[in-house]
Structures are given as C-alpha cells and as structure tokens.
Design a protein around this ligand. Structure first.
Ligand SMILES: [Cu+2]
Length: 334
C-alpha cells in the first residue's frame, strides 16, 4: 500500500510538472476566431490527458527500476502473479469511458464550429497551384488577399481548379480541405484585429510552400472603405478585366502574351489565326473556338500539346461574363 501512495503522489506531481512545461512553451499561436474557443478548450483537456497518461506509464516504470531492483545477494526469481480480472475490467472500462467522453466533447465542438449565422458574408475562395483568390460576390470584385470585418461570420465557399488544397489559418484554428469540382463551406468569425496568413496545408505540388496569402482582420469601417476602394479600382473595360482574370486564375502561368511558348500556346496573334489541331485538322481561332478552348479544353487540342494539361474546370469556376472578358483580352492581343 505504501508504494501505491508514493506512486500516486509522484504521478500527480509529474502530471502537474509536464502540464506546466507544455503550457510554458506556447504550443498554439494566439487565438483569433470565435470557432477556436471550443477547439482550444479541447486542446487544453488533451494536454492534461497527455501529461497524465505519460506520467501513469513512466512513473511506475522508473519507481520499479529504483525500488524493486535486485539487491546484492538475491538470486531467486520474482514473485509469480496470477492475472487479475478486477484490474483487467478496470483498465478496459476506464479508458473506454474516457474515450467516449472525449468523442462527445469533440462532436460538441464540431457542431459549435459549424454553427450557421444567416447574416454571414459570403467570400468565394478559389485555390489553384499555387495561389489563392478571394471573390466578394456582394461587391463584385476579386482580391489576392483576404480582408474580413472583425466580429462578423464569413462563409468561405471554397473550390479548387486542380488538385486538393487545404485552407488553414493557424490563428483561426480551423482547417478545411478543398477539392476540385466541388464547393465546400468553412465558417469563420474573426475576433481579433490583425494580420495573419493562409497557408495551404495539403502538399499540392512543386510550389506548395509558396501557396500563402495575407489575411487582414479589420474594423467594419475599414472593411467598407477597402471594399469601396477595390470597387473603384476595378477596371471597367472588358479587355482590362480579362487581363486581370488571366492573372488571378493563373492562365498566365501557362499562356504567354509575348509569343513565347510556356506550358500552353501563346496568346499573341492567336485571334483569327489558323490553328493546327492534334487530330490533323485546322480551325480559325474565332470567338467560338476561344470559348470552346476555355470551357472544354479537351475537345479541340492544339497540335503538339497532346496529352492536354489545361484544367477542364474553368467552365464551372468562371461566370459567362468572365469568359467573355477573357476572350476580349485574347482578341486584343491580335
Ligand atoms: Cu495547395
């Protein structure tokens, strides 16, 4: 009995020491969202559990090393012990109850983070290798960085143009995978004014590590001023809008406008030229052909570019007007 009391005291001391140690190294960045509150509470419970279970194993182990080691002159075997049903029932039931309780807390926290505020502001997030784009449908402009008014829930409707990406702002605590051809929702209510970074949290190719974007949480007044500025700065001319879209959607990663060949053919002098296709025929690059090349790139493949690598997701990702603007831009490069 004496040993059990000593071990219990040591386990409690060790749990406290490890928990204090883990707390002092700052495992988490500062918290900046309402959804993060319940996640941090869970994290706190887990830190206690980790400290306790670790102590429960390590303390009796080292205690036995020291106290029950073979003394000088002892040559016999240790005492033989038969199994104990009581002990086995206890170490099956207690962890089961603990794990079920944690699952319950986890489910509660999950529903907390998904709570819908009907007045949430919608921002469409387009992820692609390797950049982020944020569209503000209420204001009709797009941006490379994410501005959010503090204290208001934002409904991030996210999609990918190519592979799986993942939206992660450590200070918001939430992380959500983004799949091509599908729209997934993530709801965040920023609570702390400041500058953060979205990092793509899913290895998505060569430049994955550079797939970052700025996040600014600002006052509502600052947000309105910024949105007004963006609207005022947005070009009105379709050609200029098309040029901006080509950069926002990464078309210019694959298409040059100076005659050089990148991953895809150049757009210089493309309009009204005669294009050789991989099936041996030729077409005139009129507006209809350009539209088809953007919305259904696999149907007419330019000779020398087979197998085709142009994403076939633009018909979904772009509005009809945006496609018109891109075509206007390509036409202007005649
Ligand atoms: Cu990515």
């Amino acid at each position: 009995m004496k040993h059990f009391i000593i071990i219990a005291v040591l386990v409690i001391a060790s749990t406290l020491a490890i928990h204090t140690g883990l707390g002092s190294i700052g495992l988490l960045p500062r918290l900046a969202s309402a959804q993060g509150v319940s996640i941090d509470q869970l994290f706190g419970i887990y830190t206690w559990a980790i400290a306790f279970v670790f102590s429960l194993i390590i303390v009796p182990l080292f205690y036995s090393f020291v106290v029950f080691r073979r003394k000088k002159g002892e040559t016999g075997d240790g005492v033989y012990m038969e199994g104990s049903s009581k002990l086995e029932i206890a170490w099956t039931l207690l962890p089961l109850i603990a794990v079920l309780y944690l699952a319950y807390l986890g489910a509660q926290s999950l529903s907390e983070t998904r709570r819908v505020d009907p007045s949430a502001m919608v921002v469409k997030v387009i992820a692609e290798q390797w950049n982020w784009q944020f569209q503000y449908p209420d204001y009709l402009f797009a941006s490379k960085s994410l501005y959010l008014p503090v204290g208001q829930q934002v409904d991030l409707q996210m999609t990918s143009l190519d592979v799986t990406h993942s939206f992660f702002v450590p200070e918001f605590r939430l992380k959500q995978d983004i799949l091509p051809g599908r729209t997934v929702d993530l709801r965040v209510t920023p609570t702390l004014i400041g500058h953060y970074t979205v990092e793509c949290a899913q290895l998505c190719g060569k430049n994955h590590t550079t797939m970052v974007a700025d996040v600014y949480v600002v006052t509502n007044a600052d947000f309105q001023a910024w949105a007004k500025q963006q609207v005022a700065n947005a070009p009105k001319d379709p050609v200029l809008i098309g040029e901006q879209l080509a950069s926002l959607y990464g078309c210019s990663v694959c298409h040059s406008t100076d005659g050089s060949k990148k991953v895809g053919p150049t757009w210089l002098h493309l309009y009204q030229s005669s294009v050789a296709l991989s099936d041996g025929t030729r077409v005139t690059a009129d507006a209809k052909y350009l539209n088809n090349s953007i919305t259904d790139p696999n149907s007419q493949i330019v000779s020398g570019f087979s197998p085709n690598v142009m994403p076939a997701t633009f018909a979904q990702a772009l509005t009809l007007t945006q496609i018109q603007d891109l075509i206007a831009y390509i036409e202007s490069l005649k």
